[in-house]
Design a protein around this ligand. Structure first.
Ligand SMILES: [Zn+2]
Ligand SMILES: [Zn+2]
Length: 404
């Protein structure tokens, strides 16, 4: 079966220069959040000639494209995220972004790979026994775009609900061209904890007549790290990262309040519940010890990304058959990053597959990670990524025909 698929790799590599050029255009014009009009228009121009059923989001600039196969069968969903990050790019790439945002998580590569897969599959539509849904999703980076697209009906787009879903994610510090995944838990659940320390502002020269929220907030930051280290079982992993700390306007003013925002990452519902209950108590206890108060807002966010074992086994077989067994390896441990594709995987069995995209000459120990202003993703991996996505769809639909 896979022998016949080698033409997919050949064709993907033949259109590779176009896919890489598309990735670079997307890279030069990143947009963040749920409204990505330039990105949507760029993808729309790529999709319109392919003869797919296209529809567009209302609450976000998503695109859903349905490819109808030559015969009826099951439905498979392939997803790419579309958004960049609020990071000012600090690479020296000639196509680097200059608008203050950056495709620092490689979603530009995901988009060009999925466009490549759409082209490969559209050219083989007669072979397809069933339908393929292409899900282009804004707002992956903390905006829950996937959840919005589920609300807007992405799973009903083809008529029948998909019975398999895949997404790829590239990493700037993983080996070039290596696909990895694992059955079960792959990525963490992430919740959000916002804390406002309410003090009392005043003159910088008379701090005793104020309640200075900055040292209190600093204590809360440190206490949360001690809490994770001393109160949680090491074998039940959790990470609390305070990614925002805002306060103050001038050096001679004690501000009235300080704001912290933390990401709380877990793999276990009981652990998640413990942190949800205890972290606000910790913050409030420290604030009240200093005569201040803390207002906390805890929001449950993206759930654990859990891969269906069969979907991972199929991916390993397809990738090994298509590109060689050395191109897939199972990763032994999950990662602490989170993904809103987890919402799709709650509804549809499937898998998130990682793809290493570090430049081949990079020192992996030093390569800047995803979300870094210096992250470098080598788009040489895009053609093979497109071939893999297309092969996953062709194989899944062909198998269900064999079974039927
Ligand atoms: Zn990211
Ligand atoms: Zn990402």
């Amino acid at each position: 079966m896979m022998q016949e698929r080698s033409d997919l790799v050949d064709e993907a590599r033949r259109i590779g220069p176009e896919l890489r050029a598309l990735r670079r255009r997307l890279h030069a014009h990143p947009e963040t959040g749920l409204e990505l009009p330039i990105t949507q228009a760029t993808l729309r121009a790529e999709l319109e000639p392919l003869g797919l059923e296209l529809s567009y989001g209302e609450g976000l600039t998503s695109i859903v494209a349905v490819l109808r196969g030559g015969a009826p069968g099951p439905t498979l969903l392939l997803r790419s995220d579309m958004d960049g990050l609020p990071v000012a790019e600090a690479t020296e790439l000639e196509y680097h972004s200059t608008n203050g945002a950056m495709h620092a998580c490689g979603h530009d590569l995901h988009m060009s790979a999925l466009i490549g897969a759409a082209r490969l599959l559209a050219a083989r539509r007669e072979e397809l026994v069933g339908d393929v849904v292409f899900m282009f999703q804004p707002g992956e980076e903390g905006h829950q775009g996937a959840l919005l697209m589920l609300d807007e009906g992405v799973l009903e787009a083809a008529g029948a609900k998909p019975s398999r879903a895949y997404a790829l994610h590239v990493f700037s510090d993983m080996p070039y061209g290596l696909f990895t995944s694992r059955a079960g838990a792959l990525m963490a659940a992430i919740d959000k904890l916002d804390i406002t320390v309410n003090g009392a502002g005043g003159h910088g020269g008379t701090p005793h007549r104020t309640i200075d929220p900055i040292p209190i907030a600093a204590e809360i930051v440190l206490a949360m790290q001690s809490y994770v280290a001393r109160k949680l079982d090491t074998f039940d992993p959790a990470v609390v990262t305070i990614g925002e700390f805002h306060s103050g306007t001038a050096r001679n003013i004690v501000p009235g309040d300080a704001f912290l925002s933390a990401g709380v990452r877990t793999f276990d519902v009981k652990m998640q519940e413990k942190l949800r209950t205890e972290l606000p108590v910790l913050a409030d206890g420290i604030a009240s010890a200093h005569g201040a108060s803390a207002t906390t807002l805890y929001e449950i966010g993206e759930p654990l990304t859990a891969n269906a074992p069969q979907a991972v086994a199929d991916a390993e077989r397809v990738i090994s058959g298509l590109l060689g067994p050395e191109r897939f390896s199972e990763i032994s441990r999950p990662v602490m990053m989170a993904e809103d594709f987890s919402f799709v995987l709650e509804a549809v069995p499937g898998a998130m597959i990682f793809l290493g995209a570090a430049p081949p000459d990079a020192d992996l120990g030093l390569a800047p990670s995803n979300h870094s202003a210096q992250a470098l993703f080598d788009d040489g991996v895009v053609p093979d990524a497109a071939a893999v996505l297309a092969a996953l769809a062709l194989e899944y639909l062909a198998e269900s025909r064999d079974e039927g």
